[in-house]
Design a protein around this ligand. Structure first.
Ligand code: ATP
Length: 306
């Protein structure tokens, strides 16, 4: 049985004018650390909201641990620990009370040892009696993570958990989540930080305009694509033949090369054009390169279909 099963899920808004999800189907197996990536507006939040039972799909269905998120809402919801994007909390509780209350909501009581472990692992031990109002944004986010985990859900969903979060919390969070994953919890992560997804996720789905445009093991996704990137800085204008294939961020230029011979060709073209380069590096393509490439291919395909 998959931990999560998305079956032909669609979602439209405004009476069908906006198609946020268009037949999304994939399964996440028990124990996977799975990444859901996509540019703004791709449909990630819509998919997570349907999974969490916060919004209804317009078509298709979603199962969590075999339970339908609509017809078996309570069982499906209990199997999920969801760390939301937004900071929502009850200002009248202190941290420990907030965790007890959340546990009670799922019928979990006498849970103090686990609550202590959560506080300890998320760097909240000295904040246990602090009122939620007094916490900094980063500390509130830690509490949200603890709240999501308080009923020991088998499936953990992290929706952009590190947006605007400092390095220390990111590391604390990832160490803890990675441990829970090793202990058998399934993790679904949506993120804009590609290096995070690359480091953590065993498999990745990429969404674009409501459709799955890639679904692969992270290593395959990286291996099957451009394997080499040439990176350098320049103030000069690139020769036209290179400009077409380059990605430019200010003075930084990145050009994809399939093999060593292509690297040489690129360097020869730069020299022939008298294009001075600084800080030249030749490196492996990372997930960001692959992501951009897939998104561009989709644009081109659409152009062909149109
Ligand atoms: N309540 C709504 N009413 C109308 N359109 C909506 C609504 N919610 C989302 N949309 C639209 O549905 C599409 C998918 O949005 P969604 O928020 O799911 O994307 P996302 O991948 O989470 O984006 P982001 O990375 O920006 O959070 C977008 O075109 C968005 O404008």
């Amino acid at each position: 049985m998959p931990a999560i099963s998305f079956q032909n899920v669609s979602k439209t808004y405004r009476g069908g004018q906006v198609k946020a999800l268009d037949g999304v189907s994939f399964d996440i197996a028990q124990g996977e650390f799975f990444g859901l990536l996509g540019p703004n507006g791709a449909g990630k939040t819509s998919l997570i909201s349907i999974l969490a039972g916060l919004s209804q799909a317009s078509g298709g269905r979603v199962l969590v641990q075999g339970q339908d998120v609509v017809s078996d809402f309570a069982a499906a919801r209990r199997a999920l620990g969801i760390v939301p994007q937004e900071l929502v909390f009850d200002p009248f509780f202190n941290v420990r009370e907030a965790l007890r209350f959340q546990g009670g909501y799922f019928g979990v009581h006498n849970n103090e040892a686990w609550i202590d472990e959560l506080l300890e692992n998320l760097g909240l031990a000295d904040k246990a009696n602090a009122n939620m109002r007094q916490l900094s944004g980063g500390m509130k986010r830690r509490v949200l993570v603890a709240q999501a985990l308080v009923h020991r859900p088998p499936v953990i969903v992290l929706d952009e958990p590190t947006a605007g979060v400092d390095v220390e919390l990111r590391q604390t969070l990832w160490q803890f989540i990675a441990r829970l994953n090793r202990e058998g919890h399934t993790v679904l992560l949506t993120t804009h930080y590609l290096e995070e997804a690359e480091a953590l996720c065993g498999r990745i789905a990429m969404l674009k305009q409501g459709r799955v445009v890639a679904l692969e093991r992270t290593s395959e996704l990286l291996k099957g694509r451009a394997s080499t990137m040439l990176r350098f800085k320049t103030d000069a204008t690139l020769p036209e033949s290179l400009a077409a294939q380059a990605r430019m961020t200010g003075r930084i230029v990145q050009i994809k090369a399939h093999d060593a011979a292509e690297v040489e060709t690129i360097l020869t073209k730069l020299r022939a054009a008298n294009c001075p380069v600084e800080d030249l590096e030749i490196g492996r393509a990372d997930l960001e390169d692959v992501f951009l490439e897939i998104m561009q291919e989709e644009e081109q395909d659409k152009g062909v279909r149109a």
